[in-house]
Design a protein around this ligand. Structure first.
Ligand code: GLN
Length: 236
């Protein structure tokens, strides 16, 4: 089997290195002897419907709206997600996969509806800084990232968060951060998140390929651990 990873519009949605999430997945998949293909989707290209993992990053309000409109018109990401494809969406991407979000004029518009999540802009100061979250499943340790967003995202009652906020703002409601619903992950963690959190990278990969053997990537693990320690003396 060839694992197909689809990186969507990274020129529009790739702030703070989010496009690097694709490279991390490729690296960790190859370490398990998987064949991997990375497909780069640029504006105007059709979104492949048979990918295994789809990646969206963060972006400014204008590019975010443009990407959302293209994804709605194309329909490929919704088609693939409905068929069980794995999705990882960061910040603007996380807002895009929800039910509603502000458009570039601040008016509420519909998102792709892959998860029950509603994003609003209110009068709060922009959420900027380091983010530390504690997941409660998948054997995931503390995760760290960098956040920078105006939007705040309320999850529907049935939507499990990715983690609870230990430091930073996250979704902005009930100390929740991100979403992990079926094979769909959303998060406000830039970094790129998967470089900073190799365990999260493996959780995403496993949604697509099933259980994998351990990969002792000492440099990645040391880096993740260093971020946990620096951001609060947390070791697990
Ligand atoms: N434009 C969105 C917001 O400000 C997303 C920002 C981002 O992706 N960094 O909430």
């Amino acid at each position: 089997m060839t694992l197909t990873i689809v990186r969507l519009y990274h020129d529009l949605l790739g702030t703070y290195g989010d496009q690097g999430n694709a490279e991390i997945l490729v690296h960790r998949a190859k370490a398990r002897n998987l064949d991997v293909e990375l497909i780069e989707v640029t504006p105007g290209m059709a979104v492949p419907r048979t990918g295994d993992i789809y990646l969206l990053g963060g972006g400014e309000d204008g590019p975010q709206s443009a990407a959302l409109e293209m994804l709605k018109t194309d329909g490929g990401l919704n088609y693939a997600a409905a068929g069980g494809a794995t999705v990882l969406a960061i910040c603007a991407g996380f807002q895009i996969i929800g039910e509603t979000l502000p458009d570039s004029d601040g008016k509420a518009t519909s998102g792709l509806g892959l998860v029950d999540a509603h994003t609003i802009y209110d009068q709060s100061p922009r959420s900027v800084g380091e983010l530390v979250i504690q997941p409660n499943r998948g054997g995931l340790p503390l995760l760290t990232g960098f956040e920078n967003h105006q939007g705040l995202t309320r999850l529907g009652k049935e939507m499990p968060q990715l983690g609870l906020v230990r430091r930073g703002i996250g979704n902005g409601f009930d100390h929740k951060e991100g979403v992990w619903h079926g094979n769909v992950f959303g998060s406000y963690m830039h970094g790129p998140a998967l470089a900073r959190n190799p365990e999260l990278a493996d959780a995403v990969l496993q949604c697509a390929v099933g259980p994998m053997k351990a990969f002792d990537d000492q440099l990645a693990q040391a880096f993740a651990q260093e971020r946990r320690m620096t951001l609060g003396g947390m070791t697990n």
